[in-house]
Design a protein around this ligand. Structure first.
Ligand SMILES: [Zn+2]
Length: 241
């Protein structure tokens, strides 16, 4: 009898833990989540994450808690791109910790291995072009290993740029011109060009569509963190006035 009771308790515990895990990751996010205009909205969403953030935490503590969560996060098989989302988000967080914008990118080879990582450095280096994807491709192309993956200045087939957020017009066109696929963790922000691809001139749209351009298969919690990292500029009002 005792043994049966113990088994029953164990099953309830397993079910409860599993349900908790699923509740962190399951469910489609309402598109309205990906619009954040004010600091209060951002704080509410940060507190709602499973990272232990409190509404009165100093900025440094908020960033440290996000960092710890990302480091300890184990991607599940259900979300095949979470491994890249986690790496891109860690890059985005690195930029935020340096006082920059929270967007990160990684370059993935044909075997799914991350071969380069970078983050937005516009504020840090006072450069208008250093969006995460631009910084990633430039860093990679200047490295020795690039020769193996490139045919002069065009990438050989099979490489993917994975970004924490949807690429802007400048980045999407460079990625398309260079010849890699494009994936991203979270839709938007407002200058996201993939969701506005029909606004490109027909020839540019055709160029962009020559390669795979798509939203990654990422868990809700990774998508939320990607979105919120981008909007961390609302925490201290960084950026041009
Ligand atoms: Zn960009």
């Amino acid at each position: 009898m005792k043994r049966a009771l113990l088994l029953c308790c164990l099953l309830v515990l397993i079910y409860h833990t599993d349900a908790q895990d699923k509740s962190l990751n399951s469910g489609k996010i309402d598109p309205s989540y990906f619009v954040t205009h004010y600091r209060d909205e951002l704080i509410t969403k940060l507190v709602d994450l499973p990272c232990g953030i409190k509404s009165d935490d100093p900025i440094r503590t908020i960033l440290q808690k996000l960092h710890t969560f990302l480091l300890e996060f184990h991607p599940s098989d259900e979300y095949s791109d979470d491994i890249y989302a986690r790496a891109a988000n860690l890059q985005a967080l690195k930029s935020v910790m340096q006082g920059g914008y929270g967007i990160g990118s990684v370059l993935i080879d044909q075997n799914g291995k991350i071969i380069e990582e970078a983050h937005n450095s516009q504020m840090q280096k006072h450069r208008s072009d250093l969006h995460a994807e631009m910084a990633l491709l430039t860093k990679f192309e200047e490295s020795r290993k690039a020769k193996k993956y490139m045919n002069i200045y065009v990438y050989k087939p099979g490489l993917t740029v994975f970004s924490s957020a949807e690429p802007c017009p400048m980045c999407l066109i460079r990625i398309s011109t260079a010849g890699t696929d494009t994936k991203y963790c979270t839709p938007g922000p407002e200058d996201g060009m993939v969701s506005r691809i029909d606004f490109l001139p027909p020839d540019w749209k055709a160029l962009a569509m020559k390669h795979d351009v798509s939203l990654g298969n990422c868990s809700p919690v990774m998508q939320k963190i990607s979105h919120l990292l981008f909007y961390t500029f609302l925490l201290d009002d960084r950026g041009p006035k």
